[in-house]
Write a protein of this length. Structure first.
Length: 191
């Protein structure tokens, strides 16, 4: 079973004013640092003030923080590596803002009817070369469903590689009970 979704955002940067679209910022980052941001996953994005945007990105080289400023033209005021990890949790706002994550969530809910009463508690991304793989964790009470989705370059689709029912115990909705402890860390799961 696979789903084909857009993996690249196409947009042109807007000039003037402080209101810049999300796609324009992402497109700008790709154009500004094509080697670093040729393939990435937005972990979180926020507007720090008028015309100032902060973006945390998971890349094939690790996790980076970028600060983009719109002062008539977009420019990169800072970029720095924050971690060498190739796996990260997405902020809750990214579950809907990220078109790939939103499409995969819709696909899973449409194909696994029992998920309708479950809440999406955690989305994690894992970079494997230039490809992004995902872990979705759905929660309802003490029940969890974990889905691993891997991108197949051969067929240009995401494939569900694992669907597992797990015990959440008394853990929060973004964790599972493993060995008597609540676990959510990316490195604790096999992608």
């Amino acid at each position: 079973m696979g789903i084909s979704i857009p993996t690249v955002s196409n947009a042109s940067a807007q000039s003037g004013g402080n209101d810049v679209s999300r796609n324009a910022i992402l497109s700008f980052l790709v154009n500004e640092k094509p080697r670093l941001f040729s393939s990435f996953l937005v972990i979180s994005q926020s507007q720090a003030g008028a015309g100032v945007f902060k973006v945390d990105l998971l890349t094939q080289y690790g996790t980076y923080f970028a600060r983009v400023v719109n002062n008539g033209l977009l420019y990169l005021s800072s970029v720095s590596m924050t971690s060498s990890d190739l796996c990260s949790d997405l902020s809750a706002s990214e579950h809907t803002a990220n078109t790939a994550v939103s499409a995969l969530n819709a696909f899973l809910r449409a194909n696994y009817s029992y998920l309708h009463s479950f809440t999406l508690g955690l989305v994690q991304g894992f970079m494997k070369g230039p490809n992004i793989n995902y872990r979705f964790l759905y929660a309802q009470g003490s029940t969890r469903y974990e889905f691993l989705l891997a991108y197949s370059s051969a067929i240009n689709k995401y494939l569900t590689t694992k669907a597992t029912r797990l015990n959440g115990g008394a853990c929060d909705s973004s964790s599972v009970l493993a060995g008597g402890q609540c676990v959510r860390n990316c490195t604790a799961f096999a992608f």
